[in-house]
Ligand binder design. Structure first.
Ligand code: 2AM
Ligand code: CA
Ligand code: CA
Ligand code: CA
Length: 262
């Protein structure tokens, strides 16, 4: 019988294959990154290169070949509408800055929506040899091992991801950090929001707050965290970025309060 899981499982399997394919391509660019000529986008730390563009184009061609009726939203090209109700939400390289300067903490992030609901996600970190994969109702895994977030942790149990970029308000950044340290929390940051959500699902972080994420930064990670037992709220959508809070129920509530946006 079709309980709606079959088309979802089929897409999750393809997403895993495509994440590995895109990751292998990105890894080749990474090992020759000195030959890339990155261009500035909106500020001095917001860059794009041939690696980002060519991998997104490769992913889009592959998705269209497998599922021609599906929509696609990605960072480097305009969104394309579909007819199936499924939308792929992709970031070819999440963490372009760490990628370009030689840090290993960048990922390929492939999320899937049914309508506007996050229903599957794959995050691949090639240099870390880690593939995170989750499907709504089917659990979250890291290299095949099931993930379950610790429900007892507080903001002080281990570090808290915070993703503010140059676009953030310095006053809001200061207020959040001060409040967090008053509660015994300590900051963690890598340049990939997707990796911070994957780390949260894997109990490597106690929470994550980002004042402005795009859907392609967090779509796959939202499914991972929820399937690992955590809470995520996201104020963005396919057309606009927004704030995102993630953690177990306790940490999620504290981060919302500390962000000053509640
Ligand atoms: P990107 O590398 O795909 O552009 C949220 O923090 C997101 O912002 C990240 O997932 C990352 O996505 C992007 N980002 C990270 N550091 C940044 C920076 N210094 N300036 C602009 N964007 C950044
Ligand atoms: Ca970017
Ligand atoms: Ca991104
Ligand atoms: Ca990107």
């Amino acid at each position: 019988h079709d309980d709606g899981m079959e088309p979802l499982r089929a897409r999750q399997a393809v997403a895993e294959t495509l994440a590995r394919g895109a990751g292998a391509r990105a890894r080749r660019f990474f090992l020759q990154r000195d030959t890339l000529r990155p261009e500035l986008k909106s500020d001095s730390q917001d860059l794009v290169s041939e690696a980002d563009r060519s991998i997104e184009a490769w992913l889009r061609r592959a998705i269209r070949r497998h599922f021609p009726g599906d929509g696609i939203v990605g960072e480097e090209e305009a969104a394309t509408e579909g007819t199936s109700g499924f939308v792929w939400v992709i970031d070819p390289i999440d963490g372009t800055m760490p990628f370009l300067v030689g840090q290993p903490n960048w990922t390929v992030s492939i999320g899937l929506a049914r309508g506007t609901e996050p229903v599957a996600g794959v995050i691949y970190a090639p240099m870390l040899r880690e593939l995170y994969s989750a499907v709504a109702g089917g659990g979250a895994r890291l290299n095949g091992q099931t993930l379950a977030m610790n429900p007892d942790w507080t903001v002080a149990s281990t570090t808290i991801g915070f993703g503010a970029t140059q676009k953030a308000s310095p006053a809001e950044v200061g207020a959040f950090v001060e409040g967090l340290y008053r509660e015994g929390g300590v900051l963690f940051r890598v340049g990939s929001g997707a990796l911070m959500l994957a780390y949260l699902a894997a109990n490597r972080l106690a929470g994550y707050y980002d004042p402005t994420l795009h859907c392609w930064d967090c779509w796959a990670g939202m499914v991972l965290v929820r399937e690992a037992g955590g809470l995520v709220s996201f104020e963005g959508d396919f057309t606009r970025p927004g704030a995102m809070w993630a953690g177990n129920a306790t940490v999620h509530a504290v981060l919302r309060r500390l962000s000053g946006r509640d």
